[in-house]
Design a binder for this molecule. Structure first.
Ligand code: ARG
Length: 263
């Protein structure tokens, strides 16, 4: 994670960012701190990157890499405003050579923004988004780096420009997603691979409810996503609502703030 100490919306690279809407950076830091503390209280170890004044989107740490089994496949950002973030994530992994093998990408991909892992499904499968940020060639590269099948999914709605705004692993075996964010063919692929998936509504997706982090039991979920949280609770999960209203102005929520480290 990386605190939003320098978070502002001074450029617009997704449909949610509006440079004319003011951001309360102090409130963003407070909200982010609740998310960090909640993760720690749940027993997770949290590493914190040093925020850089020139990189307001660094708070969206999920975009810096995608890791499985101690291999971190690095990011290469689509937009110049975020390019420099990749090296800071790379430095994190390379400073822990006993734990991580870092693979430098040759093509554009935005880490966990566009890659999700479902360890218990089909022997361990990677779901990968393209259409707005990550190049499909990065899907091939990720498969070679991480030794898992990569399923390419085409995103078609600019509001859901990263996979993690439209789909999440809810536990080791299953996913929750908003079908309308995907092309008809990709919807068919998801139905085939995950017949028991939870289908979220457009309202759930607009409330950033899919941008969640689940440990299989506790689900950290944007507090605006009330309906989806209620459905997850009825299915036996424990949703924990987190208010990230300020970060939503940057086009992100819970998941965007957390790079999961699968060492
Ligand atoms: N403003 C950031 C961008 O457009 C938001 C990134 C959100 N991160 C994510 N994992 N979806 O790149």
């Amino acid at each position: 994670m990386c605190p939003p100490t320098n978070f502002v919306v001074e450029y617009a690279i997704n449909a949610w960012m509006d440079t004319s809407v003011p951001v309360d950076t102090d409130l963003a830091v407070k909200q982010w701190s609740v998310l960090r503390d909640t993760a720690i209280d749940l027993g997770h170890q949290v590493h914190v990157l040093e925020p850089q004044s020139t990189l307001p989107d660094m708070v969206f740490a999920a975009n810096g890499a995608f890791s499985i089994d101690g291999v971190a496949y690095g990011a290469r950002f689509r937009f110049a405003q975020r390019t420099a973030e990749a090296a800071l994530h790379r430095a994190f992994y390379e400073s822990r050579p006993d734990e991580w093998h870092f693979v430098e990408p040759t093509t554009i991909n935005e880490g966990e923004g566009d890659f999700a892992y479902v360890p218990g499904a089909h022997g361990g499968v990677i779901l990968a988004g393209h259409g707005f940020r990550t190049e499909p060639t990065a899907h091939i590269e990720a498969q070679e780096a991480l030794n898992r099948p990569v399923i390419s999914l085409r995103l078609v709605d600019p509001r859901f420009y990263h996979l993690d705004t439209a789909l999440a692993a809810i536990d080791d075996d299953n996913i929750v997603y908003y079908p309308g964010a995907f092309s008809a063919s990709s919807q068919a692929v998801l139905r085939q691979l995950f017949p028991d998936a939870i289908h979220a509504t457009e309202d759930d997706a607009v409330a950033f409810g899919l941008n969640l982090v689940s440990d299989g039991q506790h689900v950290l979920i944007n507090s605006e996503s009330v309906a989806l949280a209620e459905r997850l609770a009825a299915l036996g999960y424990q949703p924990i609502p987190i208010d990230l209203s300020e970060l939503k102005k940057g086009g992100g929520s819970v998941k965007c703030c957390m790079a999961e480290l699968r060492a």
